[in-house]
Design a protein around this ligand. Structure first.
Ligand code: CIR
Length: 254
């Protein structure tokens, strides 16, 4: 799939007040995340994507994790209902921009869904059931996707916040994943590259127009990706990882 556009939101100065399970050695640094975010935007732009860069949202410290607020389908954008209360209002902030590109659909109560739980592999959506995404949310997204020519299925999220914290499609029928997913029957037909236990954040590697964006600082994963053959671009997202996020969370690509 070729991406031509991406929407991102800049982090706000209070971003460290967002939800996280990570215990920091050093508090997340605002100047540094701004620099890392800028490099991310420039990298996507250099890969041919037209970037829509939204302003920070002071009321929502996690709102630069814009991926969680919508799922881009073929004709519509599904506006989500994020599963953490503190993030529910973020969708209203994303919707006006999405409307410029797609008709909108909405996950309705009691559905909950975070975009981070949604992995598209060619024409199939894997939807993770997690603390943030429930069956009703998955069903509503699946039915909308089904109307637009996609297939879909659900699976439980293992040992992480979101599905894509632990498994991502890197092209050529191959998934990069935590060991815990390797025996899942859903993934039987795919080639697998496994993430070592001490490199978990590297599972959130992002395929963009025949390049793999991977977080900096995970040499074993980098080596495996380099042998895979697709060009690898390392990005330093140390401050994003401190907030339980990764490369995919920072944009909506379409
Ligand atoms: C949260 O807990 O919601 C944020 N601090 C991290 C969200 C990461 N988003 C993603 O994986 N799509």
């Amino acid at each position: 799939m070729v991406f031509i556009k991406a929407i991102v939101r800049k982090p706000n100065i209070n971003f460290a007040a967002g939800v996280t399970s990570v215990s920091w050695e050093q508090k997340p640094d605002y100047e540094l995340i701004c620099k890392q975010h800028k490099t991310y935007v420039e990298t996507l732009s250099s890969l041919g994507l037209e970037m829509v860069v939204l302003d920070p949202e002071p009321d929502f410290p996690d709102s630069y994790f814009i991926e969680d607020t919508a799922v881009m389908l073929a004709q519509t954008a599904m506006v989500t209902r994020p599963g953490d209360d503190s993030r529910l209002g973020e969708t209203e902030k994303t919707a006006p921009t999405l409307k410029k590109f797609r008709e909108l659909e909405f996950i309705r109560e009691p559905g909950l869904l975070d975009g981070g739980d949604v992995m598209l592999v060619e024409k199939h959506f894997f939807i993770g059931l997690s603390k943030r995404t429930n069956k009703e949310g998955a069903l509503q997204l699946g039915e909308a996707a089904g109307r637009q020519g996609f297939t879909w299925s659900t699976l439980p999220v293992i040992k992480a916040l979101h599905l894509k914290s632990g498994v991502n499609y890197i092209g050529q029928d191959t998934l990069l994943m935590f060991e815990e997913y390797a025996s899942r029957p859903e993934f039987n037909e795919y080639n697998k590259i496994l993430i070592e236990k001490d490199e978990k954040p590297a599972a959130n590697t992002l395929l963009i127009n025949d390049n793999l964006l991977t977080p900096k600082g995970f040499p074993k994963t980098k080596k495996k990706l380099e042998s895979f053959g697709t060009p690898v671009i390392e990005l330093d997202i140390s401050e994003v990882i401190k907030m339980d996020g990764g490369l995919s969370c920072l944009s909506l690509r379409f």
